[in-house]
Design a binder for this molecule. Structure first.
Ligand SMILES: [Zn+2]
Length: 460
């Protein structure tokens, strides 16, 4: 039998047994399911939304909107294959369906298939250049591919179309950072934070830019905000630790690295940096443990072996230290620090011949390294076996180290001072020590000052 639809008034056929229930034509009924699905999607209830879209498509299999919407809900549920099938279907029904291209692009992006994502966003924009989100998405995909200039143009367009897209500002801030345009990056993160003040990554990224610019106070304030908003923010704790370390506040640095590791026990670099910080503080056993943790996570890391070697040498465990330096050099035969460290460990065992060989090898491999000359100079200036000291050799090598580093390396300058002192020329030693003191980082100034006082005492 036939009835008039209560919504659109069109007549439609009804099977006899449904005569009382059916009040809408299938098209209007499908639209009703579609609307409820959209409502549920907006509430974040994607499971029930999918069920509504199922009903709509059962009634009208060619319902392009419902297919697109179901795809969106499925994508939110991470059912990516089925989501893509829905978008394909919607696009087949309506080849100019801009939103369906945009949504399919988002699934490609979630799968890190950026080239496919860019193609879909481009199709969406061909059919509807007013979709600010599609510009933003393509900008993000292009920046993920390292196409920063193209990404910038897209994000500019997105922001021109809608000044309220916090993500567009966030992504453009990232692109400006990657392009080294730090003032614009800061302005973008400011805009993002003005729109949405509760996003930890906005503060985190801005703090990162402030760190690059050397504005430690503001960087610290931003990392504090990021961590307040996301207390388990491992990377936030880590960067705050690095900031403290750069300021010479090693104690605070260690606390922050520990927090980062509590929230992410596989945070390799956090072990490494905490180990460095502990080593600086003279807590060598704990430092060695951190380098062991680094090695467990990354067994081919020469720096981790070399640093553990240094921590072990500092505890007087020279045999174990030498084994670590050997392993570092097996992994990277050009790893300068390991030659230096092994040279020192040999020297501490009174094996000065081998120490000399390591220093020479380091210079042979890296003839432009101030550090290599510096280390060798230090050997001649302060060899524990006093009979082996050679002030002339020490001065010559230290001068070379200072020249390579343009006299800006405090460590090379202290070695030059030590070489002159060994030569009995205390006035010259004091001159270079004073210069070293000016350049030394906060944590090292104390030791340089003590040496300087000692030298002044010897002069008078
Ligand atoms: Zn109807």
């Amino acid at each position: 039998m036939r009835r008039a639809c209560t919504t659109c008034s069109r007549h439609f056929d009804v099977a006899h047994q449904d005569a009382l229930a059916a009040v809408q034509c299938p098209a209007c009924e499908a639209d009703g399911y579609n609307r409820r699905g959209i409502y549920l999607s907006k509430q974040g209830d994607y499971q029930r939304a999918v069920a509504e879209f199922d009903q709509a498509l059962r009634l009208v299999p060619a319902h392009a909107q419902a297919s697109n919407n179901r795809g969106y809900a499925r994508a939110a549920l991470r059912l990516y294959d089925r989501a893509v099938a829905d978008f394909d279907h919607a696009i087949k029904l309506d080849p100019r369906f801009a939103a369906a291209y945009n949504n399919r692009g988002l699934v490609h992006m979630a799968r890190e298939a950026y080239a496919e994502a860019i193609a879909d966003f481009t199709a969406a924009l061909d059919f509807d250049p007013a979709i600010a989100l599609a510009w933003m998405n393509r900008g993000f995909a292009r920046s993920a591919q390292g196409l920063f200039q193209e990404a910038l143009a897209d994000l500019d367009q997105a922001i021109q179309l809608s000044g309220k897209l916090a993500n567009a500002f966030h992504n453009r801030g990232f692109v400006h950072t990657a392009l080294g345009d730090f003032d614009r990056a800061l302005a973008d993160y400011d805009a993002e934070i003005l729109l949405k003040g509760d996003r930890p990554y906005a503060y985190y990224n801005r703090g990162f830019v402030y760190t690059i610019l050397g504005n430690f106070e503001r960087a610290l304030a931003d990392f504090d905000c990021a961590i307040r908003l996301k207390p388990n923010f491992a990377a936030g704790h880590f960067w705050r630790g690095d900031l403290y370390r750069a300021r010479g506040e090693t104690e605070h640095a260690v606390t922050n690295y520990s927090a980062a590791l509590m929230h992410n026990p596989a945070f390799l670099v956090a072990y490494f940096h905490r180990g460095d910080a502990l080593h600086l503080m003279g807590r060598h056993a704990e430092a060695a443990e951190d380098f062991s943790a680094t090695i467990r996570l990354d067994p081919k890391n020469p720096a981790a072996f070399s640093n553990r070697g240094q921590a072990r040498a500092a505890q007087g465990e020279f045999v174990l230290a030498i084994a670590d330096f050997d392993e570092a050099l097996r992994l990277n035969p050009k790893y300068l620090h390991a030659y230096h460290g092994r040279g020192l460990a040999y020297a501490a065992q009174n094996d000065h011949d081998r120490a000399v060989i390591d220093h020479i090898e380091a210079i042979r491999l890296c003839p432009h390294s101030a550090e290599a000359y510096n280390n060798f100079a230090r050997f001649w200036a302060s060899c524990p076996d006093r009979g082996r000291r050679d002030a002339t050799m020490a001065i010559e090598l230290a001068q070379q180290a200072c020249e390579i580093s343009a006299r800006q390396d405090w460590s090379c300058l202290t070695t030059l001072a030590a070489a002159h002192a060994e030569n009995g020329d205390f006035a010259e030693a004091i001159r270079w020590s004073e210069r070293a003191l000016e350049l030394a980082p906060p944590l090292q100034k104390h030791a340089v000052r003590e040496t300087l006082q000692d030298l002044r005492g010897r002069l008078s």
